[in-house]
Design a protein around this ligand. Structure first.
Ligand SMILES: [Zn+2]
Length: 459
C-alpha cells in the first residue's frame, strides 16, 4: 500500500520537472536505507559506525561502485567513509557531498516509541537521527547508487564524504578535510528542515554559508584560603562572581558580513513593522543605539550580528567552613567568522578586570572563514528548489552552532549546507525527544538532490 502511494506521489512530482528524475525504485530504496540507518544506534562510544559504514558501502556497490572507489577510514572507535564516483574529466577538482553517520544518544524510556526503530505515525517518520541527519544520508546513498546504475556520468568526480563523529569530537571530519583539500566545493546535507510558516507554506530554502566559531574558556581564580571563621579581604568566589557579572554585562560589537546582510534582508519581509524598520535602517548602515537595541532584542538576530559569550558552568570551594581556594567558571563563546578567538579571550580578560583571574581555552579551537555566496552554487540550488517551489526565496545563513563544514572551510574549501525537506519549526526535535521528519518527504527530497547534483555536474 505504502509503495503504491509513494509511486503516485512520485509520478505527480516528476511530470512537472524539467530534469529527468530517479526511478520510482529509488524512493523504496531510500526508505529501506533509512530504516536500517535508524536501526543502527551510531551513538558515540557504542562502536557501531564502522559496521554501518561497511553496510552503506554495500549499498553503493549494489549501484555499481567498484571496491577500489570506496574507502573506510578507521578513526578511533568510529570511522569515515569516502566513495568516489568518477566523472568525465578526472583532472577537475571534485564536488564533495557530505553528511554524518553518527547520532546523539537517545534513551528508550524517555521516548514514546523505540528511538532506534523507524516508526511512521501521525504523518511523520520518527527515530533518533532521522532529522539529524540520517534522512539526507539515506537520500544521498540511494540517489548516488541509482545515478550510477542508470549510467549517468557527471562532468567531474563526485565524492561522498561521510563523517563518523560530527556530534562529538569531529576527529573523523578533520581526517576527511585533510584528504579533500583542494576540492571544488562541499555540499553538506546537515541543514535539517527548511521552515514552513504559520500559513502552512514553505517560507524559504536556507543555505548555510558560514558558521560561528565554537570556543569554550575556563575561568579560574585561586586563593590561599583559610578558615571561614577568619575571612580575608580577597575571596576566590567573590572575585570570580564579580568578574562574571562584568562579562555578563558586556556586549561584543555588532558586525555585518555578506551572509548576515542577505539573511536579515530576507527575514525583514515577515518581521513586525517596528522590527522591519529597524532591520532596514541597519541594512542601510545605521549604527545608532536605538536601531541596534531593537534588532538585537531578538536573540536570534543578536547571535547573527555579534560574537556572544555566556557562562554555562560554575564550581568553587571545597568545604562549608573553609575559605575557597579555587573557583571556576566555564564560558562558551560563539565567535563571528573572521574574528580571532585569541582576541576574544583577551577581551574577556580585559572586561573581567580581575588581576587574579586566569582564562584558558578548554580545547583546541577551529576557526573557519565564511564561504562566499557563489553565483554558480546559488544558481544550482535555485534550479533544484524551483522544481517544487518556483521562486521560493533562498536565504543565506550563518549558523551559531557547528557542522562538519567548519573543518572543510578551515582547509580552504567553499562549503554550503542545504535542506531537502520542509517542516514547521515547532515540529523540529533534532537532538531532542521524538525526533521526526514528514512521512511524505522522500520523493521531494530525492527530486531536490537529483536536480542539484545534475546541475552542479552538468559542465
Ligand atoms: Zn547534524
Amino acid at each position: 500500500m505504502r509503495r503504491a502511494t509513494t509511486a503516485l506521489v512520485l509520478a505527480a512530482c516528476w511530470s512537472t520537472g524539467a530534469v529527468s528524475l530517479p526511478s520510482a525504485d529509488t524512493a523504496t530504496q531510500a526508505r529501506s536505507i533509512l530504516e536500517k540507518s535508524i536501526a543502527t544506534p551510531t551513538v558515540a562510544g557504542r562502536g557501531e559506525v564502522p559496521g554501518f559504514a561497511r553496510w552503506l558501502a554495500g549499498r553503493l556497490r549494489d549501484g555499481g561502485y567498484a571496491e577500489r572507489e570506496i574507502e573506510i577510514i578507521p578513526v578511533g572507535e568510529t570511522a569515515a567513509l569516502l566513495a568516489r564516483y568518477p566523472g568525465r574529466d578526472r583532472t577537475l577538482p571534485p564536488l564533495v557531498l557530505s553528511v554524518h553517520m553518527d547520532v546523539v544518544e537517545a534513551k528508550r524510556e524517555d521516548w514514546v516509541r523505540d528511538p532506534f526503530q523507524l516508526t511512521e505515525a501521525d504523518g511523520f517518520l520518527f527515530g533518533r537521527g532521522v532529522a539529524d541527519n540520517k534522512f539526507d544520508l539515506s537520500m544521498l546513498v540511494a540517489l548516488l547508487a541509482d545515478l550510477r546504475r542508470s549510467g549517468y556520468v557527471p562532468a567531474r568526480d563526485i565524492v561522498l564524504a561521510l563523517s563518523g563523529d560530527e556530534e562529538t569530537t569531529m576527529a573523523s571530519t578533520r581526517v576527511l578535510a585533510e584528504r579533500l583539500r583542494g576540492a571544488w566545493l562541499v555540499i553538506n546535507g546537515d541543514l535539517g528542515a527548511n521552515p514552513i510558516g504559520p500559513d502552512g507554506k514553505p517560507q524559504a530554502a536556507i543555505v548555510q554559508a558560514g558558521e560561528k566559531t565554537y570556543a569554550t574558556y575556563r575561568l579560574t581564580v585561586t586563593n590561599p584560603g583559610g578558615h571561614s571563621s577568619m575571612p580575608r579581604p580577597d575571596n576566590a568566589i567573590y572575585q570570580l562572581s564579580a568578574a562574571l557579572g562584568r562579562i555578563g554585562a558586556h556586549r561584543f560589537p555588532v558586525a555585518m558580513n555578506e551572509i548576515s546582510k542577505a539573511y536579515l534582508k530576507g527575514v525583514a519581509a515577515r518581521a513586525s513593522p517596528e522590527m522591519r524598520a529597524a532591520l532596514e535602517r541597519l541594512a542601510a548602515g545605521a549604527t545608532d543605539a536605538s536601531t541596534l537595541d531593537t534588532v538585537t532584542s531578538n536573540t536570534e538576530y543578536n547571535a547573527i550580528l555579534r560574537t556572544t559569550c555566556v557562562a554555562t558552568m560554575l564550581e568553587g570551594g571545597h568545604a562549608e567552613n573553609a575559605l575557597p581556594q579555587r573557583a571556576n567558571a566555564t564560558v562558551n563563546c560563539r565567535i563571528l567568522p573572521g574574528t580571532d578567538p585569541r582576541q576574544v579571550m583577551q577581551e574577556l580578560q580585559r572586561v573581567a578586570a580581575e588581576p587574579a583571574l586566569q582564562i584558558e581555552p578548554t580545547a583546541e579551537i577551529t576557526a573557519s572563514p565564511a564561504s562566499p555566496l557563489r553565483e554558480d552554487v546559488f544558481a544550482a540550488i535555485r534550479k533544484a528548489v524551483d522544481l517544487r517551489y518556483p521562486g521560493l526565496p533562498l536565504l543565506p545563513y550563518m549558523s551559531a552552532g557547528a557542522t562538519d563544514n567548519k573543518h572543510f572551510r578551515a582547509v580552504g574549501i567553499d562549503s554550503y549546507c542545504v535542506g531537502s525537506y520542509f517542516m514547521r519549526p515547532e515540529d523540529d526535535f533534532s537532538h531532542g525527544l521524538n525526533e521526526r521528519v514528514p512521512a511524505d518527504a522522500i520523493p521531494g527530497a530525492l527530486a531536490f538532490w537529483d536536480a542539484l547534483l545534475r546541475e552542479l555536474t552538468r559542465t
